[in-house]
Design a binder for this molecule. Structure first.
Ligand SMILES: [Zn+2]
Length: 414
């Protein structure tokens, strides 16, 4: 059967035979070339791609692939880099061997860019690790908000696979998390430009690398974000004037990436009436971490009327942030506990008056609920140290120039 395939010169890695749902056998091209020239029928080389089932051991998988249990354990002795207790279900394993013999080559996909090759030699199994290369390029995407940040990135970054588009949207939301609540504050017509590194990996995998610079324009306000690495080697974002984008408060108590995209509860689900809703609701799955929007002290952690399990945190400026309907509290969170900005205080639930898991969030000033959007508004954090200014200024010119040029090109091509 492999003869006609060789003559036809089928070089594509199409699944030719399948074993069960995932097993694929394919001949190796070099062997076929030899066959054509000599006419001697060497045993066909076959490869079989399998993946580790939940609860299955590696030796179980190898036995299933045709190795005796003694052979499997000898092979695994050469795979000491693998910690058998930490092998993820779904790990891809390729077994290769000559038709009619047990496999003599095993490739474990340790990570998307890491392979372990085991080869059977005369002196036993030998392991060799291989790092698959990633290449990085720089891209600019430019988009406009029509409905949500996700939709905008779907349109703007259509050259990226969907997973990478979401990853980019999350990264941008994280950069602006002290300035904008990307699930709430966006207005139709807002525009953004993002300069970022795209990492191209094995088997066509695309990963979003560092975001180097971005701008976000809402109405007449543009917030630039320029990545700058200080002497500690940590990248942080600054606006065009060199002020840190970090501020006293996060704009949302749940990370943007964990907020469910659709949630439009205006009518109270239990009271069943339109009522002035004095807080902000974030839909997220039960158990999602809820973070304190700022440094502060827990002044209440317990049940309170319709709020169910609720945490109140008092901040330095006298504001109190409130997190309601929690499934439970984070370890150690009780009245008097000091919490840091971003620290988990509890987990999304549906205690109190709630029919679906969500977080009810309020900002209170002297006991009165305020609109978080105005109460938490910030115009800038600490400025860069003057020693860093010259390097930052050069980087800013480079990045903003790249954003500018790309914007012009992208608008010309539209
Ligand atoms: Zn609510």
């Amino acid at each position: 059967m492999s003869g006609w395939r060789a003559r036809l010169g089928v070089y594509t890695a199409v699944a030719l035979l399948t074993w069960g749902a995932i097993a694929v056998m394919r001949p190796i091209p070099e062997k076929r070339a030899g066959e054509v020239l000599t006419g001697v029928r060497t045993p066909t080389w076959l490869e079989h791609v399998d993946s580790l089932s939940r609860g299955e051991t590696l030796s179980g998988l190898l036995s299933r692939g045709g190795l005796s249990s003694e052979e499997a354990s000898r092979a695994l002795d050469a795979a000491s880099v693998i910690d058998p207790r930490r092998v993820p279900a779904g790990m891809r394993v390729t077994l290769g061997g000559h038709e009619g013999s047990s496999p003599s080559k095993i490739v474990f996909q340790l990570a998307i860019d890491r392979l372990l090759h085991l080869t059977k030699t005369d002196s036993g199994w030998v392991g060799r690790e291989e790092r698959l290369p990633w290449t990085t390029d720089t891209l600019v995407v430019r988009g406009e908000i029509a409905r949500s940040l996700y939709d905008a990135f779907d349109d703007a970054a259509s050259s990226l696979p969907p997973g990478a588009r979401a990853e980019l949207a999350w990264t941008v939301a994280d950069i602006y998390e002290y300035r904008l609540d990307m699930s709430r504050d966006l207005q139709p017509g807002d525009a953004f430009t993002v300069l970022f590194e795209r990492e191209l990996g094995p088997r066509g995998v695309v990963r979003v690398g560092r975001v180097l610079a971005a701008d976000y324009t809402s109405g007449r306000t543009t917030i630039d974000a320029i990545r700058y690495e200080g002497s500690d080697g940590k990248g942080r974002y600054y606006d065009a004037t060199g002020k840190s984008l970090q501020a006293m408060f996060l704009r949302a108590p749940v990370e943007f990436r964990r907020i469910s995209s659709v949630f439009g509860m205006r009518r109270h689900p239990i009271l069943g009436v339109w009522r002035a809703h004095r807080g902000t609701d974030y839909a997220a799955s039960s158990g999602t971490p809820v973070r304190s929007i700022g440094d502060g002290i827990v002044v209440h952690a317990g049940r309170m009327r319709g709020y169910g399990n609720v945490v109140d945190v008092r901040h330095a400026n006298g504001f109190v942030s409130r997190y309601g309907h929690l499934r439970g509290f984070a370890r150690g969170v009780r009245s008097g506990t000091r919490v840091a900005i971003g620290e988990t205080v509890g987990y999304v639930g549906m205690t109190g008056l709630a029919t679906a898991p969500h977080l009810h969030f309020e900002v209170l000033v002297r006991g009165v609920q305020q609109n978080p959007r105005t109460a938490l508004a910030s115009t800038g954090g600490a400025p860069l140290a003057s020693a860093d200014r010259p390097a930052f200024d050069r980087m800013r010119e480079t990045y903003l120039g790249m954003l500018q040029r790309a914007s012009t090109q992208l608008s010309d091509s539209n």
